[in-house]
Ligand binder design. Structure first.
Ligand SMILES: Cc1cc2nc3c(=O)[nH]c(=O)nc-3n(C[C@H](O)[C@H](O)[C@H](O)COP(=O)(O)OP(=O)(O)OC[C@H]3O[C@@H](n4cnc5c(N)ncnc54)[C@H](O)[C@@H]3O)c2cc1C
Length: 216
């Protein structure tokens, strides 16, 4: 299935022309975004928690401490909602009402489960590490059994999802285009600066090339 079905839960109502339901678009945004926000409802109280994610095929992987409420909630089989957003620009309109932002966002739904055997946990940690810093796994001390025991890994098969994107300039009211106000877009680009060595490095060391030239 290359496209997620549209349902009452995932159908964008406002400006539906900005929505996309195909896996390619949705997965590209998920893969580019460094963090997500995980939403859960516990006894009528919503909580939204930022987390690191990595997509593996049609699932999201996330990890956390075994004691976290979020992970216990997921372990109990409750549905969760995950969202992520990449900001691409500030849209400056002539009319304040039309100021906006250019973005690519995803909202997805699923019921997660916990990966408990050490081999699956190790593989998931590999995916989470390598997707943020490709090359780091083989250049680090790997997790011990004790560390693996202290870590909970969630696998969330993506049941349903939507992307929504805004791009381009401001969309003002017709009569305002004659006005003398500047309008346009301030593009936003995330950049990574040169690595800063930990003062506790035992000796002078150069950062490895995969970190020195880090970009996404
Ligand atoms: C950076 C940013 C800033 C925004 N600021 C505002 C704002 O100030 N005011 C405002 O009204 N809207 C804002 N939006 C848009 C907002 O996210 C919703 O799209 C909007 O409120 C319309 O929702 P709806 O009523 O169509 O659908 P809802 O009923 O709210 O949602 C129905 C379903 O549509 C999908 N969906 C809705 N929005 C998104 C999305 N952004 N990305 C992916 N899937 C989505 C989900 O699957 C959701 O379950 C912003 C979006 C972004 C990314």
């Amino acid at each position: 299935m290359t496209t997620f079905g549209k349902t009452l839960r995932n159908r964008v109502k406002r400006l539906p022309e900005r929505a996309a339901y195909d896996r390619e678009t949705i997965y590209r945004i998920l893969d580019e975004a460094l963090i997500c926000h995980v939403g859960i409802a516990v006894e009528n109280q919503p909580f939204v928690i930022p987390m690191i994610h990595a997509r593996r095929q049609d699932s999201l992987l996330m990890h956390g401490a075994t004691s976290s409420r979020l992970l216990r909630h997921i372990q109990a089989g409750n549905p969760i909602c995950v969202t992520t957003t990449i900001l691409d620009g500030l849209v400056v309109a002539r009319g304040v009402f039309h100021n906006s932002m250019n973005y690519r966002s995803v909202v997805l739904f699923g019921v997660g489960h916990i990966l408990s055997d050490p081999q699956s946990k190790n593989e998931a940690l590999f995916t989470l590490t390598e997707r943020v810093m490709p090359g780091r796994w083989d250049d680090s001390r790997l997790p011990t059994r004790k560390e693996l025991r202290a870590t909970t890994i969630i696998e969330l098969p993506i049941e349903s999802a939507t992307a929504k994107m805004r791009m381009g300039g401001p969309k003002d009211d017709a009569e305002d285009y004659a006005g003398d106000w500047w309008a346009g877009v301030i593009p936003i680009q995330q950049s990574y600066l040169p690595p800063q060595p930990d003062p506790k490095l035992g000796r002078e060391m150069e950062a490895p090339p995969y970190l020195k030239n880090y970009k996404r």
